[in-house]
Each structure stands twice: as structure tokens, then as C-alpha cells.
Design a binder for this molecule. Structure first.
Ligand code: SF4
Length: 451
């Protein structure tokens, strides 16, 4: 279970459906795991854009009355994860703006790596910013472009930005969807059952609204949706795929298909690889829920050791603000995760998790399992050691807080109190996701940054 690592956002776009904002709302529910701090939807009725956004979970931000005000047949939506300190409502998305061509709204998943540089240049030319979001840079770039139509302006603007972005734009009459040239973050296209289209960060949103998956939007591709015609594709950048491998390890929902593959199946493959390269004798394999579940099933199937749900997760715990003492911190983990004593007591346990970031949560989990009577606890991690922070849309702690950047595996094992600790290696991870040559970003395991 990853501590302090969060996907920053999810985006959705609905075009050509009379209940566009309702479908965006349901889709955002499916994407809630990618951001819980704020949610928003902008819709267009052909004349005007309407926006509602607020801090909180999707179900708290919207209700029937609010959704009725988001009228029109196109809508874009966003769920946001924000780091501490930038939790202002101004930083919720979509970002709405009026400019010389009318109105537009933008929602963004990712991180612009040259955001500060672009912002400084814009400020020098007199631009005034209201938020700390990268997305606002785009608004200014589009508004200041000398082109006379929106599509060329968007093309102009995205050529000025670098980094990771999956974007949806809404104007009065069109919707646009785009991925950066590396395709770091996923974005898929689907067809709605009664006509119209959906784009979403993950295909689990399609399932909820009964949409049919068409294809992934290509890295560097801009899709333009206009009433009465098929989406038009413009390949703005030469595609150079570098998909975020962490989507498979942790972020994406297991029932999604990202970058063309089932997340559940790739996680199971990781578990099988782990059993193959890091075997150990034990009585039971258990996952740290939810992140370790599919890998633990794979590990158990490959090793022949029985799989059990040895830890139960309480899904109804939100944020807790009880922090001060060690005892209270342990209580916080126990509120979320409870050991199944009858499964663990007297057993040699293999516990599977997706990653270790700071190590403090793993330490508490192992202590909890030993207190529940496990005779041995062997921790197996279904990804390589997380040694480097992400600059492409995932909020990770700085390098000095990443335990694997500062300790050897043996030292981490001792710190977390396990009887043994082993990670999946990079080659096995790439095999698990059927990587073709070099089409994945693995920078948080290797420090090899792409941009
Ligand atoms: S650095 Fe890690 S989390 Fe960030 S995009 Fe690359 S693989 Fe994904």
C-alpha cells in the first residue's frame, strides 16, 4: 500500500449525448480513486459553458439539482488530488475562461515539466494568474496565440508545453482530447450506447456508462469532436511511447484496461514473476489490500502456496487527523487494516504489497501481523525499489524521504521488521507488462528521466 504517493488526477469527456453531465458524473465516480480532493464538471449547451467544481468527493460535490444546471450535450470532468497547502478551490478543475473567441474549459491529468519557465515568460508579458495550476498556463497560451481559430490555437499552445498531459478541452460547440507525445498518462476513447463519445483516463469509466471501448488516444494525438461527424484526428507530435509503468503497479483500477492491457492480468503476472524469482517456503500468501491483491493471487498460483485474505481493509475510513503519538499512528493503520488472526496465527506468512515508499506503513503492517501470531513474515513487493521521485503527474515524496533511495534492501528489511524482504526486478516487471523494447517510463525505479 503506497503511502504518500498519489495519482494527481483523472479526466473525462462526453460528447454528443443529451445527458452529458450525468454521464460525466457517473464516470467521475469510477475514476474517484485517482483523486479525492476536489471534483468538477463543465458542460456546454451550445451557447454557453456551465461549470461546477468544489472540494470533496464526487458524490458530495454534485446532486440532482446541480447536475440539472450543467445542461447541454457535451461535458468534461475532473477529479483532483492535491498536495497539502494547495487545496484552494481555485485549484480545482476544469479551469474555465472567457477570451476573444468565446468561452473554454480545460481539465488536465499530468504535470508540465517546463511550467515555471512558461509561466515566468507569460508573467513577463503581463499575464495575471489566479492559481498555481499548470493548466492555467495553457489557457493563457491559447488566449494569446495569434491564430484566429481554436484548433490551431490549441496546437500552438501544446507545442509550447513539455511533460505529461492527458487533456480535455471544451468550447461551446466542440470537445478536444489530447495526450502528450510520450503518452505518460492513459486516455481512452469509447462510444456511448445511444450515440456520442466518451474519453476517460481509465476504461473502468466506460463500463459504468455501458460505453464500448474504441481505442486509446495515441501519444501526441489531438482528437476533435464536432456535432454530426466522426472525431477528427490530428497527430501533432511524432508518438514516442513512454507509458507510466506505475499505472499497472498501483494507480489504475484492476478492472481497467490501460495502454492496451488488463491491469488485473498484468498485476497477476507481476505476482507470478515474483514467485518465480523470489521464492520462499511459507504456509500462506496474503495481500496488503487493495494494491497487493492481484499480485498475491499470481504469487499463490505460481508457488502453489494457499492464498488467503489475511488482512481486511475498512473501506469507510476517510482521512484521520490523529497523528501525535506512536500509539495513535499504529491505531490509524489498524483502523484501515485488520489482521485475520485465525488465518495468520502460528503461520509462516508471505505478505505481498505493490511498493514501499517511506517504509513506515510496511513496518506497522508487519508489526500487526506478528502481534496477530504470525511465526514468520516475509514481505514480497511486486515492483522494484522506488528510488526516485516522479515529475510526470504523480505526487511522490522527495528522494530523501524514499526509503529505497537511502537504505539497502537488507537495511529496509530490518527497519520494517520482516523475516525477509524481496522486490520484483526491472526486467521481470517489464516482462509482466509485455513491454515492447523501451515503451515504458520506469524513472521512479531507475532515475532515468525522459524529459
Ligand atoms: S516516474 Fe514513475 S510514476 Fe512517474 S511517470 Fe515514470 S513510471 Fe510513472
Amino acid at each position: 500500500m503506497l503511502e504518500n504517493v498519489n495519482e494527481k488526477c483523472a479526466v473525462v469527456g462526453i460528447f454528443g449525448h443529451k445527458e452529458a453531465s450525468k454521464l460525466a458524473y457517473f464516470s467521475l465516480h469510477a475514476l474517484q480513486h485517482r483523486g479525492q480532493e476536489a471534483a468538477g464538471i463543465s458542460s456546454s449547451d451550445g451557447e454557453k459553458l456551465h461549470t461546477i467544481k468544489k472540494r470533496g468527493l464526487v458524490m458530495r460535490v454534485f446532486n440532482e439539482t446541480k447536475l440539472k444546471t450543467l445542461s447541454g450535450s457535451s461535458a468534461i470532468g475532473h477529479t483532483r488530488y492535491s498536495t497539502a497547502g494547495d487545496d484552494s478551490i481555485l485549484d480545482a478543475q476544469p479551469v474555465f475562461a472567457r477570451y476573444d473567441l468565446g468561452e473554454m474549459a480545460i481539465a488536465h491529468n499530468g504535470n508540465f515539466t517546463n511550467a515555471e519557465e512558461v509561466r515566468a515568460a507569460l508573467i513577463k508579458k503581463g499575464a495575471i494568474f489566479q492559481t498555481f495550476m499548470d493548466t492555467e498556463n495553457l489557457i493563457h497560451l491559447i488566449a494569446k496565440s495569434e491564430k484566429t481559430q481554436l484548433t490551431p490555437r490549441i496546437m500552438d499552445a501544446v507545442k509550447r508545453i513539455e511533460g505529461a498531459f492527458s487533456l480535455v478541452f471544451l468550447s461551446r460547440t466542440k470537445m478536444f482530447a489530447m495526450r502528450d507525445r510520450f503518452g505518460f498518462r492513459p486516455l481512452s476513447l469509447g462510444r456511448l450506447p445511444n450515440g456520442g463519445y466518451i474519453v476517460a483516463s481509465e476504461t473502468c469509466a466506460f463500463d459504468l456508462v455501458s460505453a464500448e471501448f474504441i481505442r486509446d488516444i495515441k501519444p501526441g494525438e489531438l482528437l476533435i469532436f464536432k456535432e454530426g461527424r466522426e472525431p477528427k484526428s490530428i497527430q501533432i507530435f511524432e508518438p514516442t511511447p513512454k507509458h507510466c509503468i506505475f499505472e499497472y503497479v498501483y494507480f489504475a483500477r484492476p478492472d481497467s484496461k490501460v495502454f492496451g492491457q488488463s491491469v488485473y492480468q498484468t498485476r497477476k503476472n507481476m505476482g507470478k514473476e515474483l514467485a518465480h524469482i523470489k521464492p520462499i517456503e511459507a504456509d500462506v500468501v496474503i495481500p496488503v489490500p487493495d494494491g497487493g491483491v492481484a499480485s498475491a493471487i499470481g504469487y499463490a498460483q505460481e508457488s502453489g502456496i494457499p492464498y488467503e485474505m489475511g488482512i481486511m481493509r475498512n473501506h469507510y475510513i476517510g482521512r484521520t487527523f490523529i497523528e501525535p503519538t506512536q500509539e495513535m499512528r499504529d491505531l490509524k493503520v489498524k483502523m484501515k487494516l485488520s489482521p485475520m488472526t485465525e488465518i495468520i496465527k502460528g503461520k509462516r506468512v508471505i505478505v505481498i504489497d505493490d511498493s514501499i515508499v517511506r517504509g513506515t506503513t510496511s513496518r506497522r503492517i508487519i508489526r500487526m501481523l506478528k502481534e496477530a501470531g504470525a511465526s514468520e513474515v516475509h514481505m514480497r513487493i511486486s515492483s522494484p525499489p522506488t528510488t526516485d521521485p516522479c515529475f510526470y503527474g504523480v505526487d511522490t515524496p522527495d528522494k530523501d524521504k524514499l526509503i529505497a533511495a537511502n537504505m539497502s534492501t537488507d537495511e529496509i528489511c530490518e527497519f520494517i521488521g520482516a523475516d525477509s524482504l524481496a522486490y520484483l526486478d526491472s526486467e521481470a516487471l517489464l516482462r509482466s507488462v509485455n513491454a515492447k523494447e523501451d515503451n515504458y517510463c520506469t524513472a521512479c525505479f531507475t532515475g532515468k528521466y525522459i524529459v
